[in-house]
Design a protein around this ligand. Structure first.
Ligand SMILES: [Zn+2]
Length: 378
């Protein structure tokens, strides 16, 4: 292990430092830690044995010189109940529980609870239920442009060709798996659920608004040393996806946000709802209108936990963008509008456990009422 001391770019505003450090983590797979140095104007980058110090320094200067393009939307707070929590939220989980890679009966019960709660919220608004494959095609990936927005997060599926020579090589010659034994399957592990819905609606014309909900395992290639129970490589997510006229999208997004906030608050969890605060690079090919749209396109429900604030649900307005790409139109032949709400089930489980611990006796009494009566399917 070696540590590089690299200078923070002068043009960087204080509020952008953590976003910048996030970017630095992605410069090389050999970076094992990034920290702000005691001397404020430096960043300490820890590199493993294999890391090429020079290449990392070069990549760092490139990133620094592009810093003018890194923006963060000013976060607007829409709701908050943080001031209401009488005692500080503290972790009631052991280190061991935090490190486990599987769910036991307690986590499973909560995971099912939250998934059904959001399913019920969707159904109560008329959502149809779906189950989709865990992978998406190359074609779908390209249409959604996930690969241009977040290439670092993608997992691709590889397969062994049905070729006697290769199979023989692995089985008989005991060579084990070699990279050359595999070929790309042309499919990717799904990074989110809603792409499948757009694929189902693709090329169609609708006179009525449409809404669907589905849940599934999603996959994102995270930096290994940042992986923890709140940032997992594989996680379950439920989405409620809707298309229709602009007012319907606005209304539905608002209702979903209100209903979710009500549940969150009733469950005694602590947090806030804010507008998007995703850091991103502002590329020259993005026009101002697009930028404006993005600034209000995402509401996030952020839970406050002992260690960090974590986004556990988002409510997205996609404008006409996705319907346009998938040729989904209304009676007038124009593209419909769309939106989605996404719920990170594992994070809800963690936040809940960090608030109440694993003993059911300590859990809120009206949990079941909330799921089975308030939002029961009508
Ligand atoms: Zn979505």
């Amino acid at each position: 292990m070696r540590t590089l001391q690299l200078p923070l770019p002068e043009a960087l505003e204080d509020t952008m430092i953590s976003d910048f450090m996030e970017r630095v983590s992605f410069l090389s797979a050999h970076i094992v830690h990034v920290a702000l140095s005691e001397e404020e104007s430096m960043i300490e980058v820890t590199v493993d044995k294999m890391g090429d110090k020079e290449a990392i320094s070069t990549a760092f200067s490139n990133l620094s010189s592009n810093i003018a393009q890194l923006r963060r939307f000013r976060e607007k707070e829409i709701k908050s109940n943080i001031h209401l929590s009488s005692e500080p939220v503290h972790s009631k989980l052991s280190e061991e529980d935090q490190k486990r890679s599987f769910y036991d009966e307690v986590e499973l019960e909560l995971s099912n609870y939250f998934d059904q709660l959001f399913l019920n919220i969707g159904i109560s608004l008329g959502a149809k239920v779906r189950r989709y494959p865990s992978t998406i095609s190359k074609d779908l990936m390209e249409k959604c442009k996930y690969h241009t927005n977040f290439p670092q997060n993608i997992y691709s599926v590889f397969e062994i060709p049905h070729d006697y020579q290769i199979i023989d090589d692995i089985r008989e010659k005991h060579h084990g798996f070699q990279p050359e034994h595999f070929q790309q399957a042309g499919r990717f592990l799904q990074p989110c659920i809603c792409y499948h819905c757009y694929e189902e609606w693709e090329g169609k014309t609708y006179t009525d608004n449409q809404m669907m909900t589905a849940t599934g395992q999603c996959f994102r290639h995270e930096i290994s040393w940042k992986v923890d129970p709140l940032r997992k490589i594989e996680f379950s997510m439920r989405e409620i996806v809707f298309i229709g006229h602009q007012e319907f999208i606005n209304e539905t997004r608002k209702t979903l946000l209100e209903n979710t906030w009500e549940c969150f608050h009733q469950l005694g969890l602590s947090g806030k709802v804010t507008t998007a605060n995703d850091p991103f690079f502002f590329y020259d090919d993005m026009d101002k209108a697009n930028y404006q749209l993005m600034a209000n396109s995402k509401y996030e429900l952020v839970a406050v936990t002992e260690k960090k604030d974590v986004s556990i649900a988002s409510f997205n307005d996609c404008g006409e963008m996705l319907c346009e790409r998938f040729h989904i139109s209304g009676e007038d032949g124009l593209p419909l509008y769309s939106g989605c709400a996404a719920f990170g089930i594992d994070r809800w489980v963690q936040v809940f456990l960090q608030t109440y611990g694993r003993n059911r006796k300590d859990w809120p009494k009206d949990m079941l009422h909330l799921k089975e009566e308030r939002y029961a399917a009508k």
